[in-house]
Design a binder for this molecule. Structure first.
Ligand SMILES: *Cc1c(COP(=O)(O)O)cnc(C)c1O
Length: 396
């Protein structure tokens, strides 16, 4: 199977870790029947795990009714999804939703929105990740990803994630500041304390947009509906101008969204943006069902609770057999980065896979966990056992 993949897949494709067949909850099986505990969840996408009844039901119901209608029309599913998104983001009466098909496309919409201010500069941050399309790649703060494709969309500057740098860069020609509340691809790196509130103050003072990329952190993953909503991130009642979403909101069905509020909701005029697939009833019907299930089962609170349980379990491994290897556990809720003292994160991932556990290395010293939001005691116990063994096996 792997050689067949290699013969047909584009040369940019990574070597697959396994050839997967099906899953259920936090478990997934490969084509040879090997079972894995999935603590990556398709990179923070499968919020409800695999084959969740709510997703199965929504996909089948909608497939039997209408998959696509074009945006000359709308559907009850698209309306309900947008209403729910405005409600859970707290973007208020002026909250507006553009539905895209991926995270990169949500950020493309954000870039076009920023251009509508008439100002030329967009401020982004070093090591941030915003996607692979030409616009979202221009925002991405990793030079190695950008450079082979330059020239990219002009006007983007990448700052160190420091308040002084942001202060110095702000001015009347800044259209927008875009940032991730926790940098996921960079290794689950939170913003410095107070940074988000300060960025909000500065952008407001200079009449620039504050755009949050919550593509990885959104939909309950960090133990609040959205990472900016955690106490102490922004003052009560203060909002970003726009939020880019994708990944977890669709539970595995491709979908992205840009949610705006206030004056930012008025920047596009009729016909200035759109997408053929965007907002179709299959994607929005499933995404609405996923968000409804997150609400019904209180998975936001579960993410917060299970995240703390995981963090203390991992740190307890630290004081135990694998002690000297674990430096810190970063992140919030069920988006965690385990920093190890040696460049063995890829080896840990390999040993974990052999032992039936899927995790991911964002760099040489960071293992990222993004399990489905449905996990409980059994999954956490199993993870800790296998992870401890994988750490020991990878010990240099
Ligand atoms: C994954 C991700 C993206 C890109 O999303 P795609 O759906 O892969 O285009 C953008 N921003 C962040 C923060 C992400 O984690």
């Amino acid at each position: 199977m792997r050689s067949r993949f290699a013969r047909v897949a584009m040369s940019s494709s990574p070597t697959p870790m396994a050839v997967l067949d099906h899953g259920r909850g936090a478990l997934v099986w490969d084509v040879d029947g090997a079972e894995y505990l999935d603590f990556l969840a398709g990179i923070a996408v499968n919020a409800l795990g695999h084959a969740h009844p709510a997703v199965v039901e929504a996909v089948s119901t909608q497939a039997a009714r209408a998959v696509h209608v074009s945006n000359y029309f709308t559907t009850p599913q698209a309306i309900a999804f947008a209403e729910r998104l405005v409600r859970v983001t707290g973007m208020g009466e002026s909250g507006r939703v553009y539905v895209a098909n991926s995270g990169a496309e949500a950020n493309e919409a954000a870039i076009k929105l920023a251009r509508r201010t008439g100002r030329p500069r967009i401020l982004a941050f070093e090591s941030g990740f915003h996607g692979r399309t030409m616009g979202s790649l221009a925002l991405t703060g990793k030079a190695a990803l950008r450079e082979p494709f330059e020239p990219l969309v002009p006007g983007v500057e990448h700052l160190p994630t420091e308040l002084d740098a942001l202060k110095a860069a702000m001015g009347p020609d800044v259209a927008a500041v875009i940032l991730e509340p926790i940098k996921g691809e960079a290794g689950v790196v939170p913003l410095p304390p107070g940074f988000l509130a300060a960025a909000r103050e500065l952008t407001t003072a200079h009449g620039a947009l504050l755009i949050l990329d919550e593509i990885q952190t959104g939909a309950g993953r960090t133990g609040d509906w959205f990472a900016f909503q955690h106490a102490g991130e922004l003052p009560e009642g203060v909002l970003p101008d726009a939020i880019a979403l994708a990944k977890g909101i669709g539970g595995g069905v491709p979908i992205g969204a840009l949610v705006t509020t206030g004056a930012a909701s008025e920047l596009f005029t009729l016909g200035q943006h759109g997408s053929t697939f965007g907002g179709n009833p299959l994607a929005t019907g499933v995404a609405d069902a996923v968000l409804a299930e997150i609400e019904r089962a209180d998975l936001v609170a579960n993410a917060a609770r299970r995240g703390e349980q995981l963090r203390s379990g991992i740190l307890a491994l630290g004081s135990d057999l694998s002690g000297d290897l674990i430096r810190e556990v970063r992140g919030r809720g069920l988006l965690l980065g385990i920093e190890v003292a040696e460049p063995i994160a890829p080896a840990i991932v390999g040993h974990a896979l052999q032992r039936g556990l899927i995790v991911n290395a964002t760099g040489p010293t960071t293992v990222r966990l993004a399990p489905p939001l449905i996990i409980g005691d059994a999954e956490i116990d199993r993870f800790l056992t296998v992870f401890a063994a994988s750490l020991e096996a990878a010990r240099p």
